[in-house]
Design a protein around this ligand. Structure first.
Ligand SMILES: Cc1cc2nc3c(=O)[nH]c(=O)nc-3n(C[C@H](O)[C@H](O)[C@H](O)COP(=O)(O)OP(=O)(O)OC[C@H]3O[C@@H](n4cnc5c(N)ncnc54)[C@H](O)[C@@H]3O)c2cc1C
Length: 471
């Protein structure tokens, strides 16, 4: 038993009972990592089921100055749920009892531990749609999506999580329960605390319930795959589609390294010799999107697509998407360490971003794979490496710094959807400037004066830099 447990185990058991306070080594290890880099052991894990328990937890932690790190299903790619200062991990995934859909008000009310995919299914059963669709939706919780303001392929047409949240129930770092927003789309009463909390990466409040806006499900879908011999030309085709007045639901890209990784992992019949594959999905009225898909085909051909396939059936559509869905698991098999970035650039800069990313790959001789939500400029340059190779990891550090500098130079952003967490904190000032960062620090201080809720995230310590080696 550690000194921490000597002091805090019994008071936490008084709130959660014995079964929902985990403190043995094997439990702590399984709560020490996410899908990014690095691992930090918590001192103890608690599993709240109710808002009242979360409130009691935060009042206790605030009184005793113990860090609390909220956590969903730890699929975060920026280090958000890592307990970097130890203390308590609050596993919110078991708080998953509420999932109701109201057809009349076009809203869903959800507990934070509900899986995103379960919300999609519940909405679709009512002929409705919850548009935000992170690729991790089968395994991520809505609480994590809200905290990260997650996006996904449909972000191009439908926006991201924050565009669909109209009300929250939250617990502040001092243990107060607050309701923000409500069930109406229009609401301008006071500061918009809902939007402040969404995307705050679990640093300002713990979300205990959310009211989400739903929309009618589109009547029909068309999907097209275009094959290019030149990555930069595929970027030009994407810019042309977007400039033509058509707004696809999704435009996704896979570069040659992703194509080859997928074919080695689970063959899908993708052309290994192509430099890029672009997938375009349109949704809406059947007659309108039939016409639009022809125009998308023409744009692709005009910019050098050597082959364009349009899915004729739902099965063919799923087959076209299969390869894209396999990219993440496929590249994870190449080497054991995966660094996933999610810079976003203005649409007009997509071809240039592809060109410059290719140059970064060559400059550092790294396995850099490019795929992502190209239509909204949200690219996922992923570097696969081996963290035991310290020389390679030092080159990864330099390449990551160059990728961030590129995003800012092109007028873009460090993160389109994965958040800042620990991984991008040293680069925050690059985008926001010193005053911008200071204004955000002041917001953090006013909500969390004792810095106990998810400390060590978003804001870097003085002199902190990205370190991926053991130095
Ligand atoms: C294969 C793969 C594909 C992915 N695809 C996408 C994608 O397409 N788009 C995208 O945006 N992201 C994507 N992600 C990233 C990740 O899935 C999202 O960030 C997701 O929202 C995290 O949800 P989670 O339940 O795993 O949360 P966690 O990873 O456990 O936590 C994420 C953050 O949320 C905070 N948090 C969790 N619950 C709460 C709560 N109740 N209250 C307050 N804070 C809370 C945590 O402290 C942490 O900062 C992907 C990840 C993987 C591994």
């Amino acid at each position: 038993m550690t000194a921490f447990l000597d002091t805090h185990l019994q008071p936490l058991r008084d709130i959660f009972g014995e079964a929902r306070v985990l403190w043995q080594a094997h439990d702590l290890v399984s709560y020490s990592f996410d899908a990014s880099f690095g691992s930090y052991l918590p001192d103890v894990v608690v599993q709240p089921l109710t808002t009242d328990e979360v409130s009691r937890l935060m009042k206790y932690a605030n009184r005793h100055l113990v860090p609390v790190t909220p956590r969903g299903h730890s699929t975060c790619l920026s280090g958000g749920p890592l307990p970097v200062r130890g203390g308590i991990v609050a596993d919110m995934s078991r708080m998953n009892r509420t999932l109701t859909v109201d057809r009349e008000d076009l809203v869903a009310v959800v507990s934070p531990g509900v899986l995103t995919a379960a919300i999609h299914e519940a909405a679709e059963r009512e002929g409705l749609m919850y548009p935000p669709d992170p690729s991790s939706s089968q395994v991520s919780t809505i609480g994590g999506n809200l905290a990260e303001n997650s996006g996904g392929p449909r972000g191009l047409k439908y926006g991201v999580t924050k565009d669909y949240v109209i009300g929250l129930e939250i617990v502040t770092p001092e243990g107060e329960i607050v309701r923000t927003g409500g069930r109406t789309v229009k609401n301008v009463t006071g500061y918009d605390l809902t939007k402040l909390i969404v995307g705050s990466e679990g640093t300002l409040a713990i979300i205990t319930e959310a009211t989400l806006r739903l929309i009618p499900k589109p009547q029909a879908t068309e999907t097209l795959m275009a094959v290019f011999d030149d990555l930069v030309a595929s970027g030009r085709a994407i810019s042309a589609i977007l400039a033509s007045g058509i707004l696809p639901a999704k435009i996704e890209i896979m570069d040659q390294a992703s194509i080859v990784a997928v074919e080695n992992f689970e063959p899908c019949g993708l052309p290994r010799d192509a430099e890029a594959i672009v997938l375009v999905e349109l949704d809406g009225h059947p007659a309108a999107i039939r016409d639009e898909i022809d125009r998308v085909r023409q744009s692709c051909e005009q910019y050098g697509a050597r082959e364009v396939r349009v899915a004729r059936t739902a099965a063919e559509r799923n087959e076209l998407w299969r390869g894209r869905k396999l990219v993440s698991p496929a590249i994870a098999r190449i080497k054991p360490t995966k660094i996933s970035e999610d810079i976003t650039v203005p649409k007009s800069k997509i071809p240039l971003a592809f060109q410059r990313l290719k140059e970064i790959r060559e400059r550092y001789g790294l396995h850099l794979v490019i795929f992502g939500h190209a239509g909204d400029g949200n690219l996922h340059p992923n570097i696969v490496a081996d963290k035991r190779d310290q020389g390679e990891m030092r080159r990864v550090e330099s390449a990551v710094a160059d990728i961030f500098a590129l995003a800012i130079e092109l007028g873009g952003t460090l993160s389109g959807e994965h958040g800042i967490g620990t991984m991008k904190a040293p680069f925050l000032e690059l985008e926001l400037g010193a005053v911008g960062v200071e204004m955000m620090r002041r917001i953090k201080r006013s909500w969390d004066p004792n810095d106990i809720l998810n400390p060590g995230k978003i804001f870097a310590e003085p002199g902190q830099r990205l370190v991926l080696t053991d130095e």
